[in-house]
Design a protein around this ligand. Structure first.
Ligand code: PHE
Length: 453
């Protein structure tokens, strides 16, 4: 089996695909609004620390497990620690992939829908976010609209994954990631050159520490997982197609760098525009779909920039969605010996169906709630706030405590000997983060999600 397994065509292929997974709705939709709600610069600072001390060490570990075993999450844990417990950790990752993709595709669908609405001119005559909000409620409130775009988005995702690791995921990432970066640069320049942009920049760079409390630190920590696609085996699966000649540490550093850079660039593009129009940066999840369309409508050439922006979101969402589907597909291909096509059609199809009640959570089923949460909210909560931190915790514990240190070091040094020779302190620091800091902090996040602390 192993000799026929697919691989990335090049090191750059891995970096772009993994960065594509990391850079998603989390960076362009969620990061700006949570930063906006939690006071801007001070939150950004806390977030950067979380990425450095938790995100980066866990990302190295996750890619390493994949690269060493050349397997999907379940097969990987089974190979390194043949116990029920560790197999089920891998399995929970597959389930998390299943769940996240189901609702991710609904929002991904909205982004494509907004590209089309922009082209149809529906976004051009708003005078304020309230008016843009009315359109948003109308669109997301329509069963036909939400289900149609969920279908289209999912269709693209299945199409790419069906074409395989090199021919589908790698090739599409090599096309989409440069487009994404170019669009973001254009939008950032547009934002910075608006009159009044400096207030937006100040919001992002001048910290107001009074806004930081336990809750905002936990939000930053939780987001560090989501944004780096950690804790459910996406990075593990992508790592499993990586060559042993390439350094896992360098690759992880490049992915962290790109993910962070793009989140910050999105923050600059969005907040300069929001402040220049004198609007509220703390508008919450509606920031992108309600506040921004009003900003675009008031700008010369706004339709063009709106089009670019929603295209950017759609691309970012798509490159993440394919990594979520790939986790599920890799499991059935490796462990159950299904063909890629069968796995994509059958499991892609089931994830698509699970997405339907999420799409309906904004219309038909909006009143159907449990503890005040709709179906969409529940799936999102269980996957993003419980399964991802739990998976991340187990990965840190596994590499820090369970896997033998000599084996870990042999594995991580493959392709990276010179790095560990030049920076001998790196090993010790990585282990301190994995063994102590990450488990303690992640446990607090998890208990907090569960309402225990
Ligand atoms: N990292 C993606 C984002 O920021 C989301 C994601 C989570 C993708 C987990 C894959 C796995 O939007």
């Amino acid at each position: 089996m192993i000799q026929n397994r697919e691989r990335w065509g090049s090191k750059l292929g891995f970096i772009l695909a993994a960065a594509g997974s990391a850079v998603g709705l989390g960076n362009i939709w969620k990061f700006p609004y949570i930063a906006g709600e939690n006071g801007g610069a001070a939150f950004v600072f806390v977030y950067l620390i979380c990425i450095g001390i938790i995100g980066f060490p866990v990302l190295i570990s996750e890619i390493l497990i994949g690269r060493t075993t050349q397997k999907n999450p379940v097969g990987a844990f089974a190979m390194l620690a043949n116990s029920k417990l560790w197999r089920s950790v891998g399995f929970l990752g597959v389930i998390a992939g299943f769940m996240i993709l189901s609702f991710y595709s609904v929002i991904g669908g909205w982004t494509i829908g907004y590209v089309i609405e922009t082209l149809r001119g529906s976004l051009s005559d708003f005078h304020n976010p309230a008016e843009a909000g009315i359109l948003f409620n109308q669109l997301s409130g329509s069963v036909l609209w939400t289900i149609s775009y969920h279908t289209i988005f999912f269709g693209f995702t299945m199409f790419i994954v069906m074409r395989g690791v090199q021919g589908g995921i790698e090739r599409s990432s090599k096309i989409m990631m440069p487009i994404l970066l170019s669009i973001l640069i254009i939008l950032m320049i547009r934002g910075i050159t608006l009159e009044g942009a400096s207030k937006g920049l100040a919001f992002l760079w001048v910290p107001d520490w009074s806004k930081i409390n336990g809750q905002s630190i936990l939000i930053a920590l939780g987001h560090a997982f989501f944004t780096l696609s950690l804790g459910m085996g996406a990075m593990l699966t992508y790592g499993s197609y990586m060559s042993k000649k390439d350094s896992v540490v360098n690759a992880a550093a490049q992915v962290v760098f790109l993910d962070t850079l793009i989140a910050l660039m999105a923050g600059v593009a969005i907040f300069t525009a929001v402040f220049a129009s004198g609007l509220d940066p703390a508008a919450g999840p509606g920031l992108i779909f309600k506040t921004l369309p009003a900003v675009f409508a008031s700008m010369t050439g706004g339709t063009f920039f709106a089009l670019l922006f929603f295209l950017l979101l759609a691309i970012a969402a798509l490159t993440s969605a394919i990594s979520l589907l790939e986790v599920v597909v890799a499991y059935f291909v490796d462990e159950k010996e299904w063909t890629r096509k069968q796995a994509v059609l059958i499991f892609g199809g089931s994830i698509y169906l699970l997405g339907i009640p999420s799409a309906l959570s904004f219309n038909l089923m909006s009143d159907l709630t449990l503890y005040g949460k709709t179906f969409f909210d529940i799936v999102d909560f269980i996957a993003s706030n419980v399964l991802l931190p739990f998976g991340g915790l187990m990965i840190a514990i596994f590499v820090g405590w369970v896997w033998s240190r000599t084996e870990v070091m042999n594995a991580v040094k493959e392709g990276a000997e010179s790095l560990f020779e030049s920076y001998p302190w790196f090993e010790g620091l990585w282990f301190i983060f994995l063994k102590f800091i990450a488990p303690v902090l992640i446990t607090v996040v998890l208990l907090n999600s569960l309402g225990i602390v």
